[in-house]
Design a protein around this ligand. Structure first.
Ligand SMILES: [Zn+2]
Length: 250
């Protein structure tokens, strides 16, 4: 099934994210920029590209009836990530920003995780981190920038740039993934499983994130569904090429 028009989708996501960010951080009301949800650099529309949270190469493995019935973008879950060159550890340059960082470090592992059939391959800490970073992007997509702006958001953004293993601040209690049998067929009853890949259940200090047949307990500093003081001070970092790893909510 054809995806909806890609330029239109990018604009829809841009306006949604800009509106959400303006409501939290008034500085953005007079600036046609948004923060990249991972590196937090304030960037313009052209510096972003569409990101398939479950990568295209992973949903390409979905059963034929599923691919015929549900557009790829819906099965992936879409957001925006930056594509502007990114400086990490003083010297490594990622010419396409966070988008290409995710493509390099996480997308092949996510394809591996969602591969159909029995799980007979090694499940490494890199798989684990890739899933949590995908879950973080799903949380931002669902609940907006407040997820990124709280301390747990800073933790997840740091984790994104440490793809090999969990950072030491990552709670041990969250370093676990639960799994059930994956749905293998398509019918009206299983349509929900194949469409939006994310479901969330927010509890004390944790957003239980259901990503298809996987369950990830992602740490979270506050319940994003409860009311919030919505005016935060913000000034852009003077460093244009580095991730801005600061937080706004204590
Ligand atoms: Zn970025």
């Amino acid at each position: 099934m054809a995806d909806i028009d890609i330029p239109a989708l990018k604009e829809i996501l841009w306006h949604k994210m800009h509106g959400d960010l303006k409501s939290l951080v008034p500085w953005f009301t007079s600036h046609e920029q948004i923060l990249c949800p991972v590196c937090f650099r304030p960037l313009r529309y052209d510096d972003f590209s569409l990101e398939h949270i479950i990568p295209r190469q992973a949903v390409a493995d979905d059963p034929e009836e599923v691919r015929a019935a549900i557009p790829r973008n819906e099965r992936s879950g879409m957001t925006l990530l930056c594509r502007k060159p990114l400086l990490i550890n003083q010297k490594i340059m990622y010419n396409n920003g966070c988008n290409s960082w995710k493509g390099k470090y996480f997308d092949p592992l996510l394809k591996d995780v969602f591969k159909p059939g029995l799980w007979t391959r090694p499940f490494t800490s890199q798989h684990h981190v890739a899933l949590f970073c995908a879950g973080y992007l799903g949380l931002v997509r669902k609940f907006g920038y407040q997820i990124a702006l709280m301390p747990s958001g800073l933790l997840m953004r740091n984790q994104f740039f440490n793809p090999q293993k969990f950072v030491k601040e990552f709670p041990i209690s969250s370093q676990v993934v639960f799994t059930g049998d994956a749905t293998v067929e398509y019918s009206e009853d299983t349509r929900d499983f194949w469409s939006d890949p994310f479901r969330f259940s927010v509890g004390e200090g944790v957003a239980v994130t259901i990503l298809r047949n996987l369950v990830l307990p992602i740490p979270i500093s506050r319940d994003p569904t409860s009311p919030l003081a919505r005016v935060l001070p913000y000034a852009p970092s003077r460093f244009k090429l580095r991730p801005d790893l600061r937080t706004a909510f204590d």
